[in-house]
Design a protein around this ligand. Structure first.
Ligand SMILES: Nc1ncnc2c1ncn2[C@@H]1O[C@H](COP(=O)(O)OP(=O)(O)OP(=O)(O)O)[C@@H](O)[C@H]1O
Length: 330
């Protein structure tokens, strides 16, 4: 089990992380989400041991991670860290880059292991190509193979697919996360991409200005976000005054509604006028004209024209669940 307790960390004067405390069971996958600058990379660097923190502790089972002030080379043998800059050797080949991270004591199995990793990252054809001649996305895949070369127990991934095109990203993501799950490798993934998070991460921690403002099962956080910030990390979300949705409501509060949650009727519900419709492939995202100062977005299966009128409905159950999740917050 990973046990992280960080009281406070600053690069200069301003605190960048404060009161980050969590545990992660072996084989579990935790996603770190938060807007740019919220502290995700900093947290990974602290766990890995690149940054020193006072009055804090990082423990993996009974092993205490010592941090940079006590380790000549940052990092611990049981964990690996994929940073946003790939840390590759540009003038050597893909295979040599991977081999450099394999154990010198197991030379006889190197060729087989390199092949297995090349297969995982789908770069078999580039085995003998110098890294400097690869694209950014290909280099990121080599960096992934390097951190997996000697299977870590704990893997820290910082935007692991950020440079990889959609075409490769989807297959690579599925392959990589199933490989890691099968090997029971514990993972922390910092990502802005909900497709990295929703299908794969057991739990998600949300950082805002260096504080962990939410930590829960990923599905729970998505279905019942505690506030607008959390919900908006998963995609577009509406913050709608309840009295707009249910005219009889006596509560003066707003609820968070994802665009796909609205049911459309041409008879009854909240009357809205279409402003624009954006083609999203599987559906249209429709933007409505302002209603009492609020611009709403909803999903529609067919294209609606500017000026069309429709009625939006939302179930009472959804409203109640959202109100409970949001507690006392507005
Ligand atoms: N070496 C550094 N020296 C000073 N400040 C830094 C340093 N590295 C990061 N910061 C600051 O720390 C804060 C958190 O940065 P961090 O890179 O951890 O955020 P992040 O959530 O990972 O962002 P992103 O999603 O853009 O990668 C930011 O305000 C950033 O400007």
């Amino acid at each position: 089990m990973l046990n992280v307790q960080i009281s406070s960390f600053s690069y200069q004067k301003k605190p960048i992380l404060e009161d980050i405390n969590f545990q992660l069971d072996k084989g579990q996958h935790l996603a770190l989400m938060g807007e740019s600058g919220s502290g995700k990379s900093t947290l990974l660097k602290i766990i890995y041991g690149i940054l020193h923190v006072e009055n804090s502790s990082i423990q993996w089972g009974d092993k205490v991670a010592l941090g940079p002030n006590y380790n000549l080379v940052p990092g611990e043998s049981y964990m690996k860290y994929l940073s946003q800059d790939f840390d590759l050797m540009p003038y050597t080949t893909v295979s040599e880059n991977i081999a450099q991270h394999l154990s010198v004591f197991e030379q006889e199995s190197h060729a087989e292991r390199i092949q297995e990793l090349l297969n995982l990252i789908e770069l078999e054809a580039f085995a003998n190509v110098k890294v400097k001649n690869l694209s950014g996305g290909q280099q990121q895949r080599v960096a992934l193979a390097r951190v997996l070369a000697q299977e870590p127990e704990l893997l820290l991934l910082d935007e692991p697919f950020g440079h990889i095109d959609n075409f490769k990203r989807n297959t690579l993501r599925t392959k990589l996360f199933s490989y890691l799950r099968q090997k029971e490798i514990t993972i922390i993934t910092a990502s802005h991409d909900t497709d990295d998070v929703l299908p794969y991460a057991d739990h998600t921690m949300v950082l805002q200005n260096g504080s962990a403002i939410a930590l829960d099962k990923t599905k729970t956080l998505y279905q019942n976000p505690p506030n607008y910030y959390v919900a908006s990390l998963f995609g577009r979300v509406n913050e709608v005054p309840i009295r707009l949705l249910k005219s009889y409501a006596e509560i003066d509060r707003s609820v968070l509604i994802y665009p796909h949650e609205f049911q459309i009727s041409n008879k009854s519900g909240l009357e809205v006028t279409v402003n624009k419709a954006y083609f999203k492939g599987s559906h249209y995202l429709v933007e409505c004209k302002k209603i009492e100062g609020t611009v709403l977005f909803f999903n529609a299966t067919k294209k609606l024209k500017a000026g069309d009128t429709v009625f939006l409905n939302i179930s009472l159950e959804t409203i109640n669940n959202r109100l409970q999740a949001m507690g006392g917050s507005e």
